[in-house]
Design a protein around this ligand. Structure first.
Ligand SMILES: CC(=O)SCCNC(=O)CCNC(=O)[C@H](O)C(C)(C)COP(=O)(O)OP(=O)(O)OC[C@H]1O[C@@H](n2cnc3c(N)ncnc32)[C@H](O)[C@@H]1OP(=O)(O)O
Length: 433
């Protein structure tokens, strides 16, 4: 059984009391306990999934083995063993500009029963998570979302955007350079191992990325129970020395009335270097009988755009994806690397208090920052914790937020902040967590 320190942290007393005032119990759930099965069934109900089979419930033990599971129970409910609300959380390294990482409090599995919605249960759980994380010394929290309307009120903001690609293969036509190395089809067990290994090697170069986990790799590799897992196929790219440099999990939908109109969906493509990146994309785009390639959750800055003859052959939609919430301003700002010197006082507003205050940011020519609270200096930049969380990876420009009326600063302060916060690596999060 897992013994990670975050799993055994006490439940937040304020949330426990506020839920108790409504007759609800706030309880931790152990993965090995009898409460686990109804907990997983409640999550499935909350996410509008089918009621999971026993095999799927068992499979999900591995998915959440490292997580802190918390349920809200109503003793008067028809079945009081089924929580009326769920949430799970765990520590994961968050990649920051400069190939640094910081421990992040990741949150997932937020559901409230449709019979108990809009009574403040999610608020109690989320504020409880933030207080627990902050008290335990976590400087930042993060999540990916079902709806972009839920988490702003808790201080979260999108810091990583993603793109979904739909490529007409004949029109787009591959014109990229060929690289060295070779491609091999692999079975799903090997696919799982290579997805985990290559992603682990490259994630620090992608600000906003987090560590994967076994249950995730099993699902992406087609080894989780249920669904259309047997459709998943895998291909790896090895360099001339035989080292695996890239891996792609994909599935194919056969053309129904015309065999040449098949569709290939890239569920995950991870490349450690340009040769693997090129070879895997070329494999997808030049696959026989494939008219359309779908690739969700790609970067906003894919070199692929420049490797096709007709950029309009690819329909690319952009969406917010990775949401962050700063809890400790000095710790987060000092953890990343900066692109240019800066000396500014930032006034950060935070209705929940964690990040509220005035902070002097001093960035030296070495790209390192020192951050300290200041009591009496006039702020040069005033922004909310949401806005600071949005810009912290360098993927959202502070001048964009200022133009949107969200950040107040002089033009010169904005320029300094923007140059300093720019990241050489584009933020990229290829996973849902
Ligand atoms: C990280 C993740 O797990 S993302 C997954 C989120 N979960 C889902 O999408 C599953 C389906 N939805 C649900 O289970 C619930 O509707 C939840 C969890 C989103 C919200 O739970 P509730 O207990 O109803 O939220 P709660 O009552 O605390 O609402 C707090 C505030 O958020 C607002 N709110 C809640 N849900 C939404 C929403 N989906 N869109 C917009 N506003 C919302 C409420 O109106 C309320 O606003 P107010 O404070 O101004 O009155």
């Amino acid at each position: 059984m897992s013994t990670h320190s975050w799993i055994t942290l006490p439940l937040d007393a304020t949330s426990r009391e506020s839920l108790a005032a409504s007759g609800l119990e706030y309880r931790g759930v152990e993965v090995g306990s009898a409460e686990f099965v109804p907990f997983i069934r409640a999550i499935a109900r909350g996410f509008l999934d089918e009621d999971p089979t026993d095999e799927q419930v068992e499979g999900s033990r591995e998915r959440v083995i490292d997580r802190r599971l918390t349920g809200v129970y109503d003793p008067r409910a028809a079945d009081p063993a089924v929580p009326v609300a769920t949430i799970d959380s765990w520590e994961t390294p968050l990649s920051l500009p400069g190939r640094r990482t910081i421990p992040m409090w990741a949150i997932s599995g937020v559901t409230v029963s449709p019979t108990r919605r809009r009574r403040g249960i999610a608020t109690a759980m989320l504020e409880g998570e933030l207080r627990t994380a902050s008290a335990a010394g976590y400087a930042i929290a993060g999540l990916t979302v079902t709806e972009a309307t839920i988490y702003g009120r808790f201080g979260f903001a999108p810091a990583v955007y993603s793109t979904d690609w739909s490529i007409d293969t004949r029109r787009a036509r591959w014109i990229g350079p060929s690289g060295s190395g070779r491609l091999d089809a692999v079975d799903r067990e090997r696919l799982l191992a290579e997805l985990a290994a290559v992603h682990e090697r490259v994630r620090s170069a992608n600000p906003g990325d987090v560590a994967g986990w076994t249950g995730l790799w099993r699902r992406i590799a087609g080894l989780a129970p249920g669904g259309e897992q047997r459709k998943i196929r895998g291909v790896i790219h090895s360099d001339d020395d035989g080292t695996v440099r890239g891996v792609m999990a994909y599935s194919i939908k056969e053309g129904e009335h015309d065999f040449t109109r098949g569709e290939l969906t890239v569920s995950l493509l991870v490349a450690d270097g340009p040769d693997a990146y090129r070879a895997l994309w070329r494999f997808a785009l030049e696959h026989d009988l494939i008219a359309t390639v779908h690739a969700p959750l790609r970067s906003t800055d894919e070199p692929l755009r420049w490797m096709i003859a007709d950029q309009r052959g690819a329909t690319v939609t952009t969406r917010e994806h990775g949401w962050l919430r700063i809890l400790d301003v000095p710790a987060v700002l000092a953890a990343r690397e900066y692109s240019a010197p800066a000396s500014l006082v930032l006034r950060v507003t935070d209705p929940l208090g964690f990040a509220d205050g005035s902070w002097r940011l001093e960035v030296g020519s070495d790209g390192a920052a020192e951050v300290a609270p200041v009591a009496d200096a006039a702020p040069e930049v005033t922004l909310s914790v949401q806005d600071l969380s949005a810009i912290v990876l360098g993927g959202v420009r502070v001048s964009t937020l200022a133009a949107a009326g969200r950040v107040q600063a002089s033009a010169s302060a904005l320029r300094v902040l923007e140059r300093s916060f720019a990241s050489a690596d584009t933020p990229f999060l290829s996973l849902w967590y």
